[in-house]
Design a protein around this ligand. Structure first.
Ligand code: MTE
Length: 324
């Protein structure tokens, strides 16, 4: 483990169809990826299709959970990104994420559950219908967007792995492959790869917690976390981990990437909260993108990013100044 200094760029530069469309399958999964019984039917393991990059998805809207605020234009959503595996510049992910291959893709499921195993992504997605959820995304760097995601409820997916009573937290990990992710082979990187995140089980089971495989009706672009990423709309954006390859149920609270880098600045909970400033900047307002020098488009930040009705009960009795 190397000693980490506060990096100069530390998030600061300011930060149905009942039937899913099964798209052309370009590759059949080899037997290398084993699905556990119940999740993957033996013999069907290779049959489902993983959506091809850029293709349209079929989904149902989830109006009750979606905001009617104006959506951030597609071009901004896919060109202004944080994905440090490809560099620290906002335009680096759009430039370099194409160097990552996302098909085939599998996720290792470990820890306190009755159905651990390594599952092909299509087997994880197969039983679920896609929904569209239009959520606000508030970055800890004080910019925000409104994004129409397409995906599945996190709780619905996690339940199928049958977490046991010792599963108090769920841990997520991003792909670690320096050959495909150029910043992971950089000598100057201050992140101890892979990127890691986690949630308390009750947070993960909340109806808002989402696994996105698409946005604006199409498969999710690589810079936004293809082929599958978390979207936790009431928390700062860094909790919404991209390009997930591992899920682990565990009893103890997981260490998370930003907490490890700068624990006084980035906490495990990371709930959006205008009453708790970042040590180096205010969290009272945010720039709603697109924004420019002449029209910065500042708006007031809302507690829990405006999702208090759905999530405030999760933190009852907790001192949110302490558990930031
Ligand atoms: N996931 C990984 N693996 N690596 C990252 O650098 N950045 C996070 C989060 N997920 C990040 C990540 C941060 S800080 C934010 S704000 C959001 O992704 C940005 O998502 P977007 O680029 O799709 O807007």
């Amino acid at each position: 483990m190397f000693i980490k200094k506060q990096p100069s760029w530390a998030l600061p530069r300011s930060c149905v169809t009942p039937e899913r469309i099964f798209l052309n399958r370009r590759k059949f999964m080899s037997g290398a990826v084993a699905g556990a019984a119940g999740l993957a039917m033996p013999g069907l393991l290779s049959a489902a299709a993983l959506p091809v990059q850029g293709e349209s998805l079929s989904y149902v809207p989830a109006p009750g959970l979606s905001t009617s605020e104006e959506k951030t234009p597609y071009e901004d959503v896919i060109r202004y990104n944080n994905f440090y595996e490809f560099g620290t510049g906002k335009d680096d992910p759009a430039k370099y994420a194409n160097e990552m291959s996302v098909d085939p893709w599998s996720i290792a499921v470990e820890g306190e559950c009755d159905r651990p195993g390594t599952y092909a992504l299509e087997d994880i997605l197969k039983p679920h219908d896609y929904e569209e959820r239009i959520y606000r995304l508030r970055c800890v760097e004080a910019w925000s967007m409104v994004i129409p995601w397409v995906g599945v409820s996190l709780a619905d997916v996690l339940k199928r792995f049958e977490p046991n009573s010792r599963a108090k937290y769920v841990y997520f990990e991003t792909l670690h492959d320096p050959e495909q992710m150029r910043a992971q082979r950089s000598l100057f990187s201050t992140i101890d790869w892979p990127y890691q995140e986690g949630l308390r089980m009750d947070e993960a089971m909340n109806e808002l917690a989402f696994l996105a495989v698409g946005l604006y009706g199409k498969t999710i672009p690589k810079q936004n976390g293809a082929p599958i990423r978390l979207v936790i709309p009431w928390k700062y954006g860094f909790k919404s981990i991209k390009s997930i390859v591992k899920i682990r149920f565990q009893e103890e609270r997981p260490k998370t990437t930003w907490e490890m880098i700068a624990p006084r600045e980035y906490g495990f909970y990371a709930n959006v909260n205008p009453e708790v400033d970042h040590p180096r900047w205010s969290q009272k307002r945010e720039r709603r993108l697109p924004s420019g020098l002449l029209s910065p488009n500042w708006i007031e930040t809302e507690k829990f990013n405006g999702y208090g009705d759905q999530v405030a009960h999760l933190y009852k009795g907790m001192d949110l100044q302490k558990f930031y």
